[in-house]
Design a protein around this ligand. Sequence first.
Ligand SMILES: Nc1ncnc2c1ncn2[C@@H]1O[C@H](COP(=O)(O)OP(=O)(O)OP(=O)(O)O)[C@@H](O)[C@H]1O
Ligand SMILES: Nc1ncnc2c1ncn2[C@@H]1O[C@H](COP(=O)(O)OP(=O)(O)OP(=O)(O)O)[C@@H](O)[C@H]1O
Ligand SMILES: [Mg+2]
Ligand SMILES: [Mg+2]
Lengths: 247, 247
Amino acid sequence: MRIVMTNQKGGVGKTTLVFHLATLFANDRKSVLVIDLDPQGNLTSCFLRSDLPPQNNIALVCEDKRPEPITVADHLDLVGTDSSLSRYENHDPMDHLEAIGSWLDTTAGYDVTILDTPPSMGLFTRGALLASDFAIIPADVSWFALKGLADLVKSIEILRASHQTSIRLLGIVLNNVQERQSFAQETWAVLDDQYGYLLFKTTIPESVRVREATSQGIPVTRLNPRGKAAEAYRQLYKEIVSRLQTV
Amino acid sequence: MRIVMTNQKGGVGKTTLVFHLATLFANDRKSVLVIDLDPQGNLTSCFLRSDLPPQNNIALVCEDKRPEPITVADHLDLVGTDSSLSRYENHDPMDHLEAIGSWLDTTAGYDVTILDTPPSMGLFTRGALLASDFAIIPADVSWFALKGLADLVKSIEILRASHQTSIRLLGIVLNNVQERQSFAQETWAVLDDQYGYLLFKTTIPESVRVREATSQGIPVTRLNPRGKAAEAYRQLYKEIVSRLQTV
Ligand SMILES: Nc1ncnc2c1ncn2[C@@H]1O[C@H](COP(=O)(O)OP(=O)(O)OP(=O)(O)O)[C@@H](O)[C@H]1O
Ligand SMILES: Nc1ncnc2c1ncn2[C@@H]1O[C@H](COP(=O)(O)OP(=O)(O)OP(=O)(O)O)[C@@H](O)[C@H]1O
Ligand SMILES: [Mg+2]
Ligand SMILES: [Mg+2]
């Protein structure tokens, strides 16, 4: 089962969510593969403090070679990336679009694969959408992120129809929610009206501990297990697992 | 004089900074042109609540046509964009890279032109860097944004050397700074050590009023003029103007 985390809007929490969900699946004894498709390599830097060895770089699929997963925790393997990936972003899109999917088809044996994408609708994001079963869209409670949502939901639909793939939107997660924002309540009402069941009930609160966690490469569920953010990630994980069982 | 706001890291505050600096230059009776090069069209949506008319879209430069600026406030014109721009992102980069600069050369008469870019190092960001005199890099106080800074500073240098253009880094602005983050003090010390004079002294505090401002299309300097965020933007504007006079 493959899940892609996507939103063209920057900084909404895609990488942070992949980092936490991957560790929660692995804690639950699922065998997990995470893939970093963002040339910034933020997901890679959550797991590895040193440079990524070339044989573990997803960029290899653009050269018709097979990247090797690297074990970063119990039940958790990574195929990462770095800025070398950007030299393929402007290549002729068609030849690389299918590359991610066809390589993934050779990596049997994982219960869950989670793909992190860059903040764009470019080649790697579209390749990841075509190769996945489900998409999760993180959004923050801001006018910019909400404005882009309708376009994003539509373009996932269009991609699915034009390539006859099975990608489905599993849901939208509100991240970085600040309690004191009256604006958040109003926005929630608008979202609920527009997206209803697609919206996960669990929202992830804004918490300085989350920022500290990603910078230390330790999930907040371990750094501050009784805090509100850790509780929210565990709650969201349960909601995701139950949705996966019912779709 | 042309300034480009850039950072491949998403969500660090590029668009919000362009929106506020453009209004501060215009209030100071400078004639200002702002250009939106992000297919999300976030800057455009700060100024226009309705759809952008096709003749005001920067995408026209990729068809060898001339977009028309639209006046959105006193002394402030916009050439905006929307998702139609993304069809050019994967075109053969070389023919569009120069298009932005050569069109800008025909739009004489503005004191200041400010370009907003998408969170990537793709075609439009590189075209904007080649066409500008100065770059300003907003960063938030996070491991991800700081990790990418060195790469970004380096790639601006490389672009300048390989295309013999005059682009120079005017400075780095820390945005979304939360007082209670002890992490911020530590990070500031590391940044000061690494970037020294490149770092603007003024930092922009995290403030819910800023989020509300962009969603209403009213700068925080008007929405909440005596608040800490408005004060910081005015302070930063003074620092930018004085740097422009001394470089
Ligand atoms: N719940 C949260 N509370 C506080 N900070 C958060 C939270 N979630 C994410 N962040 C912080 O917000 C910033 C943006 O998050 P992140 O980098 O994961 O987003 P992204 O969507 O992956 O960004 P990009 O578009 O650049 O890929 C990071 O500094 C991260 O630490
Ligand atoms: N000082 C601030 N205080 C609070 N919120 C802020 C501040 N600056 C920006 N924001 C909010 O943070 C979010 C990201 O800002 P913005 O969209 O301007 O960043 P960006 O770098 O342009 O993002 P992208 O990479 O998607 O283009 C927005 O919701 C904005 O309202
Ligand atoms: Mg990311
Ligand atoms: Mg922006």
